[in-house]
Design a protein around this ligand. Structure first.
Ligand SMILES: Cc1cc2nc3c(=O)[nH]c(=O)nc-3n(C[C@H](O)[C@H](O)[C@H](O)COP(=O)(O)OP(=O)(O)OC[C@H]3O[C@@H](n4cnc5c(N)ncnc54)[C@H](O)[C@@H]3O)c2cc1C
Length: 463
């Protein structure tokens, strides 16, 4: 039987990036993916001549030192082309307005009652100042920090919608820290793990904190630093696949059923047909499912993993006649009332995503798990018809996707796992292993952590 240096469970972007890093560090790798295709949440495919992504995506932190950029520069054979994301808008019955990026912008945003805007601005300033003096905002919820019941229902829905897009949960479960980082008001701890040996938190740097606060108070615009891959989400997947050396063996349609351990050391995996053995196992499926694969994990670890929270998303892709004029911009828009959604006209980045004379727009909703999928789909579709009167006359393609965008929501009292597990030689990667940023960027952070852990454990020598 062939022995590998590493076995990777799962062939989404986290598993594939792990395979890339390990193989480029000279290791023989076996990657097992239960689906027939690779990529999972990071892919694009054709529907009636339209190229849809697995959900609308904005890729963050591609600047110098950002985690995906770091991996692309060091491990990819070529880097896919990215285009600037464009602008963020909020839509209400009167049309589109740009999302404010300064304190002054918030104060003059006329979609919400003036009284509420003043309350929010005051709370925001107070919290930022307390953060600047070293206070931790990661356990205070957005809900807690505002006089919630004094706010109008429109403002409550607005805060809930933005909280959801930043954390996967509503204002009661979203921390103020998460809201500030996600909206670009304060910086992410991006340099940790990449450039320094120790994990000193950048937030501890009083001067950095001061510069964020003064930027906001002086009404300097927040730079969102977001991008979209010009040839669609699958361009990232294709670049990884192209860069994989021949020392990576991939088996699709092969589900791992058990992780084999001996004396608390991971030794291999079991599939329906075969067992495979390796020096390290990298697990990129849901961390909360790990107890299904290993029977003798410590009770306290199982209990922590059970605190991981997730949420489901529904994306509706609409192919529209080009003459429908509501989506003539580059970027994304948020509707925050009743049934909130985030919409992104992706064919404005690349006309080839839609047949000639057509455009392609993705609308992402959160799913209320108390309702049936069919009623959620219907309610979402009807919301689109209500928000864009007359749009039904322009629709020529409808495609629905149900997905879990993040393996762990970054919510208060939720749990984020670590790369290192209580089982020796078993490591975790993915969006449930780091709380920084979101999605693909967060997955990339988890790979940086993996590299660091593998170096510390002496499994790989160089970056
Ligand atoms: C609607 C939507 C919107 C999003 N928006 C953004 C965005 O704007 N920006 C952003 O950066 N990210 C966004 N994301 C998130 C991003 O796409 C994901 O975080 C990322 O693709 C996750 O990659 P992953 O490899 O960690 O997980 P996954 O894609 O879930 O991959 C895990 C893989 O493991 C496999 N697997 C599971 N169990 C087994 C087993 N037993 N044996 C073998 N294989 C197994 C699964 O089949 C899967 O292929 C969005 C996602 C969605 C769905």
């Amino acid at each position: 039987m062939k022995n590998y240096d590493s076995i990777i469970v799962g062939g989404g972007i986290s598993g594939l990036l792990s395979a890339l890093v390990l193989s480029k560090s000279g290791k023989n790798v076996l990657l097992l993916e239960k689906n027939r295709n690779l990529g999972n949440n990071c892919n694009s495919y054709l529907v009636n001549g339209y190229q849809v992504d697995t959900g609308p995506h904005a890729i963050t932190q591609l600047h110098d030192g950002g985690p995906l950029r770091y991996l692309m520069e060091n491990y990819f054979d070529y880097v896919p082309a990215f285009v600037d994301y464009g602008d963020y808008f909020i839509r209400d019955e009167d049309g589109l307005k740009e999302v404010p990026t300064t304190l002054k912008g918030y104060l003059t945003m006329d979609m919400l009652p003036r009284k509420d805007r003043l309350i929010i601005a005051q709370s925001l300033t107070k919290l930022l100042l307390s953060w600047q003096f070293g206070n931790d905002l990661s356990n205070i919820s957005v809900y807690q920090c505002l006089p919630w019941n004094a706010l109008s229902s429109d403002t409550q829905e607005f805060m809930d919608t933005f909280s959801y897009f930043l954390s996967g949960k509503q204002a009661k479960e979203t921390s103020v820290q998460r809201m500030f980082v996600g909206s670009g008001f304060i910086g992410e701890d991006i340099e940790k793990d990449i450039t320094s040996e120790n994990s000193e938190h950048k937030y501890n740097d009083r001067f950095k904190r001061l510069s964020y606060v003064s930027r906001l108070l002086n009404n300097n615009k927040v730079d969102y630093n977001q991008y979209y891959p010009r040839n669609g989400l699958k361009a990232i997947l294709n670049a990884i696949l192209y860069s994989l050396p021949e020392t990576v063996e991939i088996k699709t349609g092969t589900a791992v059923e058990q992780i084999i351990t001996e004396n608390n050391i991971a030794k291999g995996v079991l599939t329906k047909e075969e067992s495979y053995f390796a020096d390290t196992i990298i697990y990129s499926a849901f961390a909360k499912d790990l107890p299904k694969y290993i029977t003798d994990l410590p009770e306290s670890y199982i209990s922590d993993l059970s605190r991981i929270k997730q949420s489901k998303a529904l994306t509706i892709w609409l192919g529209l006649d080009e003459t429908f004029e509501e989506f003539n911009y580059t970027g994304g828009e948020v509707w925050f009332k009743d049934k909130p959604f985030w919409a992104m006209p992706i064919s404005n980045y690349n006309k080839n995503f839609a047949p000639k004379g057509k455009k392609l727009v993705g609308f992402m909703f959160s799913i209320n798990e108390g309702n049936s999928l069919e009623s959620e789909k219907l309610e979402a579709y009807n919301t689109i018809l209500r928000v864009y009167p007359g749009i039904n006359n322009y629709i020529e393609m409808i495609h629905y996707q149900i997905t879990i965008p993040e393996k762990a929501s970054v919510s208060i009292n939720g749990f984020i796992a670590d790369t290192v597990t209580p089982v020796r030689n078993l490591y975790l990667v993915g969006t449930d292993v780091d709380d920084r940023s979101m999605g693909i960027t967060r997955a990339a952070y988890s790979i940086i952590k993996l590299i660091k852990s593998l170096r510390i454990d002496g499994f790989i020598i160089e970056l």
